[in-house]
Design a protein around this ligand. Structure first.
Ligand SMILES: [Zn+2]
Length: 339
């Protein structure tokens, strides 16, 4: 199956036909779907994108709940459901992207002559955002692992902090270029919201509460964001080459790297220098790299490898730690900021 090249548009009239559960709603969506909703002030438009990753349901659940309400938003809205095909592929809500496809959120910087279906879908989403000259853009995601909510953005200007503060008090300011939607410039503040772990009810609540504020408030740029805590210069920790990773309470004989079974817990807390992280085979070179915003390897600043064990080299905040081997292998193990 490939991502198709059509867009389905719905307006306010469709809201009464939306099925009762988010699951049934998803089954009503056939490919890239755009909801254009009229607001009180029709001179302004706000945009929400979600379901770029099919295994991250909080944004869809929140949009579903909100669209079924009878609320009229403060401004016009454009809600873009980006990749329902991935979410609908079996097992439902578990696949980041279609099995024979690639990660859509790595293609927003693709060149115009890239003919892959994900590149086309990314350009269609970008065009749909630009078309309405929005005053603000939010991209709603979940983390694969258990995690509190946080935001990721490429700017920390006041308007971005205001957007972030609708959902969370924690922002990762990133200069890493991976081809994600929020790296693109739309002439308006944009933030990615990681609403928390994909399977946590609390994440759906975070998504709905934040979205409802974003939709209903007349003025979202109210400078009430001064409590947002900013973590700077994230580093992306990846496997090198065809190295493999597993997660266990003891060193696995079947993988190059074993991270401790409860490593996801480190999404929730500060990791002090010296904290035990896992195991590697000391006979081989450590098959890990830590890419900084300049593209340089900083693994020695992040991880100390000693006698087959891995430790935090300095005080770290880890983000997006996941124990799903496929995502850890094909995307990255986690991100870290040195604190
Ligand atoms: Zn995502």
């Amino acid at each position: 199956m490939r991502l198709n090249s059509k867009i389905t548009y719905y307006d306010d009239n469709f809201r009464s036909q939306i099925k009762e559960t988010a699951l049934e709603f998803l089954r009503q969506l056939d490919g890239l779907t755009i909801f254009d909703i009229r607001g009180e002030d029709q001179s302004r438009t706000r945009v929400v994108t979600t379901l770029i990753h099919g295994n991250e349901p909080s944004g869809l659940i929140a949009c579903h709940l909100w669209l079924r309400s009878e609320n009229t938003p403060a401004t016009n809205l454009r809600i873009i459901i980006c990749n329902p095909e991935a979410a609908r592929s079996k097992p439902i809500f578990t696949n980041r992207y279609l099995s024979n496809s690639e990660d859509l959120n790595r293609f927003f910087n693709a060149s115009d002559d890239d003919s892959r279906d994900v590149a086309l879908r990314a350009s269609m989403i970008s065009a749909a955002i630009k078309e309405v000259s929005p005053e603000a853009i939010l991209d709603l995601h979940n983390t694969s692992g258990v995690s509190p909510a946080f935001a990721v953005a490429v700017s920390e200007d006041d308007n971005v902090l205001d957007l972030v503060s609708l959902f969370t008090q924690k922002l990762i300011l990133t200069g890493l270029k991976v081809g994600a939607l929020m790296e693109m410039s739309f002439g308006a503040p944009i933030a990615t919201i990681e609403c928390g772990g994909a399977s946590e009810i609390e994440s759906h609540q975070v998504a709905f509460n934040g979205l409802n504020r974003f939709f209903m408030r007349k003025d979202i740029f109210d400078r009430h964001a001064n409590q947002v805590q900013v973590h700077r210069h994230p580093i992306r920790i990846e496997l090198v080459g065809d190295a493999s990773v597993g997660f266990c309470h003891h060193r696995l004989p079947t993988t190059d790297i074993t991270l401790r079974a409860d490593v996801e817990q480190l999404n929730r807390q500060h990791t002090p220098a010296g904290e035990f992280l896992g195991w590697y085979n000391p006979k081989n070179e450590l098959p890990l790299k830590a890419v900084d915003e300049q593209g340089k390897d900083q693994i020695r600043k992040i991880i100390e490898a000693k006698d087959g064990c891995l430790f935090a080299r300095s005080g770290l905040q880890l983000f997006m730690v996941t124990t799903i081997p496929e995502i850890a292998t094909n995307d990255c193990l986690f991100y870290a900021t040195i604190e």
